[in-house]
Design a protein around this ligand. Structure first.
Ligand SMILES: C[C@H](CCC(=O)NCCS(=O)(=O)O)[C@H]1CC[C@H]2[C@@H]3[C@H](O)C[C@@H]4C[C@H](O)CC[C@]4(C)[C@H]3C[C@H](O)[C@]12C
Length: 325
């Protein structure tokens, strides 16, 4: 399972948890402006906006899971197993392989307005990256500081939904996820009043009772409601430290601990990493299951006019700050 969310203070933040039972081998990857993308069906793109995100690198190609560009657009792919269906190649449209979708959008769009224009001509096709790395069944959240959308390629075509809550998890399809929020509209961060029966002396005997009923399990639909409730009510200061810290707390509401979600005999899904992009400033923050310290890579420190990918390893291993030795 995975969860993505957006958050706005002075700057705009976007990130995700990546939950799985194993890692494909990830790195923080910067694709500078002059790295040539060779799109399988639409040809070469020799220069483009610079991109930074988490990716698996294969054959000198950045297979991004989540990323942002230097213009303030960010996107993430999340599992959509059993529902994602990619199309066959068609004439007169832009045929983009599923694994090319993040580079295709982030290399040329500086806003969601431009993303929507590009999506009018796109056909997301079922060309796998390689035999070893077959198609991933995903759906996507794409955001800038003004709005978010969800993109789902299904058997009945490509769906583009406004995403007014700015969160995404996995199944079921997005309209059903949004609809179920109706069931929780009574939830509140405030203490509840007794509307049950005025003749009964009911008591708000504990803090937090306004959120009673918020689902606590790890299913995708429960995580959707929980992260939406947390995100829309989250309050923080505007500084970078306060905003980043708060962002990790928002996604912390759907963190997966080893042992609680068994996916096969003795195999457990865990939150492998959590990312937080400062989309305004081009800084990619992350922490991992094994390393709670927040690490960061700032794209603007690099030579963004280069033609070679720049990769940073994911830092693992807890770093405990002893105070007395
Ligand atoms: C497994 C990841 C999604 C995690 C997730 O959503 N888990 C939920 C589990 S469940 O549904 O709720 O059961 C996805 C997100 C991005 C994916 C990767 C990216 O799409 C990039 C390439 C794409 C290639 O086609 C396959 C390898 C791959 C390197 C993908 C491997 C894997 O499918 C990733 C890492």
């Amino acid at each position: 399972m995975c969860t993505a969310a957006t958050y706005k203070t002075k700057d705009f933040y976007f990130g995700r948890t990546l939950d799985y039972e194993f890692s494909y081998g990830d790195q923080i990857v910067i694709t500078p402006r002059n790295y040539a993308f060779n799109f399988r069906h639409v040809g070469d793109m020799k220069n483009h906006y610079a991109i930074i995100g988490m990716a698996h690198v294969a054959e000198d190609y950045p297979l991004y899971y989540d990323a942002m560009n230097e213009k303030g657009v960010a996107m993430a792919g999340l599992n959509f197993v059993g529902n994602a269906v990619y199309a066959a190649i068609k004439p007169d449209v832009e045929n983009i392989a599923q694994f090319e979708f993040i580079p295709w959008i982030l290399s040329q769009c500086s806003s969601l307005v431009e993303v929507r224009e590009l999506l009018e001509r796109i056909n997301i096709v079922n060309t796998p990256f390689s035999e070893q790395l077959p198609l991933a069944q995903l759906h996507w959240i794409i955001s800038d500081e003004n709005e978010s959308i969800t993109v789902e390629s299904m058997s009945d075509g490509l769906h583009i939904y406004d995403n007014p809550v700015g969160v995404l998890t996995n199944n079921p399809p997005f309209p059903q996820q949004m609809f179920q929020l109706n069931n929780y509209m009574y939830l509140s961060p405030k203490q509840p009043r007794n509307t049950f029966c005025e003749n009964l002396a009911l008591d708000a005997y504990s803090r937090g009772m306004g959120g009673l009923g918020l689902p606590g399990d790890l299913s995708s639909s429960s995580r959707f409601v929980r992260v939406a409730f947390t995100k829309v009510n989250a309050i923080s200061g505007e500084s970078e430290e306060e905003s980043v810290s708060q962002f990790f707390h928002i996604l912390g509401s759907v963190d997966q601990q080893r042992g609680c979600c068994e996916v096969a005999d003795g195999k457990y899904e865990i939150t492998l990493y959590t990312s937080c992009c400062n989309v305004t400033k081009g800084i990619y923050y992350y922490n991992t299951y094994e390393n709670h310290q927040i690490s960061a890579v700032d794209m603007h420190v690099e030579n963004l006019d280069s033609d070679k990918m720049i990769c940073y390893p994911v830092i693992q291993g807890e770093r405990i700050n002893y105070q007395n030795k």
